[in-house]
Design a protein around this ligand. Structure first.
Ligand SMILES: [Zn+2]
Length: 485
């Protein structure tokens, strides 16, 4: 058999997630974003000699909960380890992390797309402390200088390490989206990329499709958005393919992604494969995780994002994108359920209005559903008026805007604004005959097969009725009247 020359990417993702605790991982300092530099510090998180860490139970609880939500198995005993290295953002010369153990192993994240569902396996979930933040870009920093902000030092981070099983930038994106929703669902983190609460590192290698061994891995660090991650992976895949096709070898390097040029670039400092001399942290005893505690946490878990998406797709016939919006926009799941029950008609209509006009109105107003007066019963009543032909779609949109601003009964709003649709056949016939008399040329054109000329008649009637005539009935009546001998 001929060798398959086709090349494919193999991608692994390491995500650092900031846990939503009030205080830091090993001291009582507040774990907050945006405070003035170096105001949230103490001897422990400044790394002063002789200070001792005390573990934050809430961080352990959140980390375990996340590991459970990802379906990990949990060891009974979890040690902390020292990762030794020298860097200005780490004055004590080591970071407390989990290297030999972890909170959980062998989990998975189920993601969704238009074709269905897929799974990315997770190798491990562990905790570590964040380092200080190097500050270059602020106006108070002089050129060629770097200042350090220790507010971030000691903030609890959870690292979720996927196995290298992802095949494309698009699949990486779907994995990250599903992972974020899984962590948000169980309340362990806000997963806010802009605030640095969710940071993505990735490794990517390229090999022939039928070759088993992975190619040389390249790491790309600190991707701060989904767009940057996809851009970096797509660029890096093409770059490595180019190197291999030209007969070259891919070098094992660490790269950064330049958002401005959409290219991966080498880091200024050459990063060596460091020997971190990991050893067990002598100042902290290993965590003992009891099964009763794990069971207690398990009871707090939700169904998981993929299950939510699947249910919405099946029950309401939603597309993947619609189901994602319906499942994770605040207030939408309950509103959809109550709205569909109150309406009693085709679920599709409720879905269409919620992901369409309601979402558009909310965006324009900069509000979420809870910030308006729209109720599920109100939307359901409006949909029934549409079904009954009492209102056409443009007028229904006007009623929706009123429902969102001030609430009320759709039927009353319709009458108060004079928007009720004219669906009386006699009235419509009279209007069509008037229109025909006023537009003899259009009538002649329609009779000779120029269907476009209908517009003149419809336009006349809509003008006469302020757009309230039932358009379907108008069109049917035009055909009927003009078919008369
Ligand atoms: Zn502190």
């Amino acid at each position: 058999m001929a060798e398959n020359d086709e090349l494919e990417a193999t991608i692994g993702l390491e995500v650092h997630v900031q846990l939503k605790t009030r205080s830091k991982l090993f001291c009582g300092c507040a774990s907050e974003f945006g405070a003035p530099p170096n105001t949230l510090t103490c001897p422990v998180c400044l790394g002063l000699p002789g200070s001792l860490p005390v573990v934050n139970g809430e961080a352990i609880r959140l980390g375990l909960k996340a590991a459970l939500a990802l379906g990990c198995t949990m060891p009974a005993r979890v040690p902390f380890d020292r990762k030794n290295y020298f860097y200005p953002d780490l004055p004590k010369g080591f970071q407390i992390s989990q290297h030999f153990g972890a909170l959980g192993f062998d989990g998975e994240v189920e993601y969704w797309d238009d074709e269905g569902f897929g799974v990315v396996s997770v190798e491990r979930v562990h905790l570590e402390e964040d380092t200080a933040k190097a500050v270059h870009a602020e106006p108070y920093v002089r050129a060629e200088e770097t200042l350090l902000d220790f507010n971030r030092s000691g903030v609890p981070l959870m690292e979720v390490v996927s196995n290298p099983v992802i095949k494309s930038a698009a699949e990486a994106r779907r994995y990250i989206v599903a992972l974020r929703y899984a962590l948000i669902e169980v309340g362990v983190s806000d997963c806010d990329l802009e605030k640095g609460a969710f940071r993505i590192d990735t490794n990517i290698s390229v090999k022939k499709v039928d070759q088993e061994a992975l190619g040389e891995q390249v790491e790309i660090k600190n991707l701060n958005s989904l767009k940057a991650m996809e851009g970096a992976l797509e660029y890096e895949f093409e770059r490595q393919v180019g190197v291999l096709r030209a007969g070259g070898r891919v070098e094992r390097v660490t790269l950064h992604y330049d958002n401005a040029t959409s290219k991966t670039v080498a880091t200024r400092v050459k990063e060596l494969r460091a020997d971190y001399r990991y050893f067990a942290e002598p100042d902290l005893p290993p965590l003992e995780i009891t099964t009763s505690y794990v069971d207690e946490l398990r009871r707090e878990l939700g169904p998981g994002p993929a299950t939510r998406v699947r249910e919405l797709r099946e029950r309401y016939g939603a597309t993947a994108a619609e189901a994602e919006m319906l499942a994770f926009t605040p207030g939408y799941p309950d509103f959809l359920k109550a709205g569909a029950a109150a309406y009693g008609g085709e679920h599709r209509a409720v879905v269409n209005w919620l992901v369409g006009d309601v979402t558009r109105e909310l965006k324009e107003r900069g509000k979420d559903l809870g910030g308006t007066k729209l109720t599920p019963a109100g939307l359901a009543a409006l949909l029934r008026l549409l079904d009954a032909g009492d209102v056409n779609v443009p007028a229904a949109r006007e009623v929706l805007a009123v429902l969102m601003s001030s609430g009320g009964e759709p039927a009353n709003i319709l009458d108060a604004k004079g928007l009720r649709q004219i669906s009386d056949a006699d009235v419509i016939e009279k209007l069509v005959r008037e229109a025909a008399v006023a537009n003899p040329k259009a009538v002649a054109d329609i009779k000779s097969g120029k269907e476009k000329a209908r517009r003149a008649l419809v336009g006349y009637i809509m003008k006469e009725t302020n757009g309230r005539a039932n358009p379907t009935m108008v069109n049917e009546m035009i055909s009927k009247v003009l078919a008369e001998p």
